[in-house]
Structure formats: structure tokens, C-alpha cells
Design a protein. Structure first.
Length: 276
């Protein structure tokens, strides 16, 4: 079942106290994530779903409202740097107190029942111990269940939250862009966001996954989807600054195929699917 911007605006805009920019930031991500996750339900038998890092809870509520035969659980640790999410989440729960959101990290989450699908959207880069996260989430899956992770790929030296290049490593980058990082956190009221970031990429991730013999693949179709999003989603393109403009130009003249396919330059985003 499809959802759209206007329907979400009618349901949720008043929760954002007139903050159009923040509303668009959240809702455009919800629309994209919903399009990726909901199609799984149309092609697979899914009974229980866990969203890790459910943030505002809007995506979870939309999935629950439109797929009533599936049990949805949201997990959110209420980390530093994400207090705006918590404010909205409380208001969403006031709209529907049947939404099951548990305040816990994945490490402290105790659950006897297994899940057919676990997913996280732009959460993995904020996880302190990413290897342990993967181990814990896969352990929560049913046999044949899938763990899907959407996250930035820092093998490409670009940080999409702050819209800055990565200069050698996180420490040097922070020194160079200290003022920009501080201003962004003040503007968004997300203190601690930079500190919470884990600047790791696909190469390191693959090394761990291979070592542990996980059954996994990277869905490279996400490259086309993200580039199309930059082309068609005005707010997302604007949010990415110069990178968004370059993505649009590259898409229009097919330069993206040369850069990411022929020269095999890492794409700055990935979709990882781990099957138990």
C-alpha cells in the first residue's frame, strides 16, 4: 500500500510545531524507507518485524497501519544527539498508543520471539560496536529471516549529515570543520551527533562478514534509487548541498555509470542484506 507526502502532511505536520524544514527532513526519509521496506511484505511471508532506531516512530506507525496482519516492534535507545526524535515520538505515541516502541539498545534487548525481518535506516553509522550489532540482530532472526541495513558508506570520503568531505579520518576532519559541525548541531538542536558517528565503510564491514561466514549481499540497485531520489526529491537534493547538485548532473548525462561502474569508485551509501 502506497503513502504520499500530502497524506503524511495531513496526519503529522502539526506535531512539528510549524518547523517545515524538520518535517520535510523526517517525512522524505519516511517515504523513501517505506518504499524500500513495504515491497518486501508484498513478496514474502512476514509475521514479525523489528525496526532498530525507529526515531520518531512515524515509519513504524505507517507500516503498522497499512500491514495490519504483521506484528511490528520498534527499538530506540534514545541516544545523545537525537532528542528531537524523542519529542516527536512521544506525540506519535499519543496518536496511537498501540505502537510497540521499546526504549533499549540492541545489546540490552531481551526478546524470546524471533523476527522474520529486522531493518535499520540511517542508524548503523551511529552504533558504537557495529560488529556486535550485526551479531545481535542476526541472532534475533528466524531461520531464513533477513537483516537489512541502510547506511552511509564512508569508503567514499563524504559525510552526508554535516555535508562535509572526510579528510583522512574523523579526528582530522573534526579539526578542519569544527565550526561547521558546531553550527550544524546548534541549528538542528542535535548536540552530540558528530561524536555518535562511526566513520567506517563497506571494506571493513565485508572483512568482518566474511570472517564470521555470514550469508550476505549488497544490493547495488540502491545506487540507482539514491541517484533518482536526488533527481526527483527536491528537499533531499537541497539537503545534500553540492553533492546533490553533482548527483543530478551526473545522472542526467550518465556520468554516474562511468564513475561507479567503470571506475568502481565507492558509492557513498549502501544497502546490506544479511540472511540467516
Amino acid at each position: 500500500m502506497l503513502i504520499n507526502y500530502e497524506s503524511l502532511k495531513k496526519k503529522y505536520f502539526n506535531l512539528f510545531e510549524g518547523n517545515v524544514e524538520y518535517f520535510n527532513f523526517i517525512i522524505t526519509d519516511v517515504l523513501f524507507a517505506y518504499s524500500e521496506i513495504s515491497k518486501i511484505f508484498d513478496n514474502s511471508k512476514i509475521n514479525r518485524v523489528l525496526e532498530v532506531g525507529c526515531g520518531t516512530g512515524i515509519l513504524l506507525k505507517e507500516l503498522k497501519d497499512n500491514y495490519k496482519d504483521i506484528e511490528f516492534v520498534g527499538l530506540d535507545p534514545n541516544q545523545s544527539g537525537f532528542h528531537n526524535y524523542e519529542k516527536i515520538s512521544k506525540k506519535v505515541l499519543n496518536l496511537d498508543d498501540s505502537i510497540n516502541i521499546i526504549k533499549s539498545s540492541i545489546e540490552n534487548f531481551n526478546n524470546e520471539k524471533k523476527f522474520d525481518l529486522i531493518f535499520s535506516f540511517n542508524v548503523f553509522e551511529h552504533v558504537d560496536n557495529q560488529e556486535q550489532y550485526i551479531i545481535n540482530t542476526v541472532d534475533l532472526l528466524t531461520e531464513g529471516g533477513k537483516n537489512i541495513i541502510f547506511a552511509p558508506n564512508y569508503d567514499f570520503p563524504y559525510e552526508p549529515h554535516f555535508i562535509i568531505p572526510i579528510i583522512f579520518n574523523k579526528k582530522i576532519t573534526e579539526k578542519i570543520f569544527k565550526k561547521r559541525i558546531e553550527n550544524y548541531e546548534i541549528k538542528t538542536q542535535e548536540s552530540g551527533l558528530w561524536d555518535a558517528l562511526q566513520i567506517t565503510g563497506k571494506k571493513k564491514l565485508c572483512s568482518f562478514l566474511n570472517k564470521k561466514n555470514f550469508n550476505y549481499r549488497f544490493d547495488d540497485e540502491i545506487i540507482n534509487k539514491m541517484l533518482d531520489r536526488a533527481l526527483n526529491d527536491n528537499f533531499f537534493r537541497k539537503r545534500q548541498g553540492l553533492a546533490g547538485k553533482l548527483a543530478v548532473v551526473g545522472r542526467k548525462i550518465y556520468l554516474d555509470k562511468i564513475i561507479f561502474s567503470f571506475f568502481r569508485i565507492p558509492f557513498p551509501y549502501f544497502k546490506l542484506i544479511i540472511t540467516k
